[in-house]
Design a protein around this ligand. Sequence first.
Ligand SMILES: [Fe+2]
Ligand SMILES: [Fe+2]
Length: 487
Amino acid sequence: MTEKNMAISLSKVLPDGQSVNKEYINIILEEDIPVLCLNRGSQKKRLMPFKVLYDNNGDFWQKPGGGWEYYLTGDDYKKLKEKATAASAGWNKEVPKAKKTAKTDKLTQVNKDEEELEEIEVEVGYGKEYKSFAQMSTEEKIECLNENKRMLLDLLSSKPRDETKITETLVNTTKDAALVNHTIISEVINLTDEEAKKATQEMVDSTQEMVKSSAQLIQESIFSNELMNTLVKESKGTIIQHMTRVYINGIAFISYYNKLVSASSAIQKIRIKFASAYRKFYSPLLPHMHLEDIDLESVFCGGMRAVPPDLYFKWAVGFLIHDIGKASAIEYHEGEAAYDRKIVIDHVKQGYKSITTKTNYPIEAALITGYHHEYYGDSDGYGYFRAYLQRYKKDNPQAKQDYCIAYELEPMMDYQALAYFPAKVLEIVDIFDSLTDPNRVYRKAMLPEDALKMMREEFIEKRPKIDIILFDLFSSFIHEKEAQAAA
Ligand SMILES: [Fe+2]
Ligand SMILES: [Fe+2]
């Protein structure tokens, strides 16, 4: 939903160090008036809660960082003035005359600035379609999921398949599912766990069914079209669009991985180059093991293998809802100008907690959400697994991890492995998406090749954060897609 707004610069509304500031600020906070953030560099516009920006920096409009400028929309500015005038009328009776004159002068100054309003196009909040989904009834949302599932099933049974239609349908149905899940979970968050699980059951069932059809379609068609390129082109840069791309790219990569490792020579090739290309990377992760004892079997618990269909579908749900705990203002705090680690970290906790306590989604999906920023226990990462491991280690001081990655939950929960396979995959897909996303407000998009280069340098060579073998396979996947798109 795009709105045309006349906007006024916040630095004109709230001049620095003057008494008018506090009154206006109080009204803005009381009325929950949002701030229109404009990045002149990237030309991105976002509507953010004033409180979030203000809590982060008490005079953020005076010291903008990263090319940001801040505005109030014309309607909000009008509302602010009316409230201030009403408050001022009461205040006149009690306040000494000199102060009143000073205040009136400042208000007049603000009124003059009104002439400098400029027209700014605004994309509202969490994403352009969020509002319309939030206004739908639960029944309408479930019907939307079911209708989307029917469309996907039709496509699955149609031959020959229309690739443009497949791309469009995959993007739209995934986006709808992410929005339905986000809006319904937000609505039940204050219910008791039991009530919430009951209220979300239909959503859980319909989403899982839809994901089955959608994941099957991706599995069957991903290598014959320009899906990812279209996805990036159509992207509007919201959290929902990111979840959509990560879901589709994540499933597509696991399909690619499965095809690759099912061909016996692929694993053999990795095994042959393990000592020269990979052993050094894994050695610091398995410090109690002798260097020469570390092999491919030490990396993948139970041996490197294809992902079975039942796990594939459970993981697909996790990919879809992995950022469900993100607050609408998080994008601002992910950028350097206003980086707030606490807020950024919180989305993992919120997502994991809401999925485990308010829904009956499989535990595999919840764990993907909880562990998707672990970075092999590096201090830059964050998640629930490291806290779990610390507790486990305290209770079982003799326990040692003999593997890096587990496909199943049990070896991971029994402290046998450092990480969960789908979460390690998601880390890679997630970072790649954030680096190549053309609509991130806080940084320019990288070309795929540059993003891969940067990831290797920063997340593998400098410190072992993402998995090197999975990353190499992901790089081949991206290269193959690029080559197909160019053909
Ligand atoms: Fe995330
Ligand atoms: Fe993400």
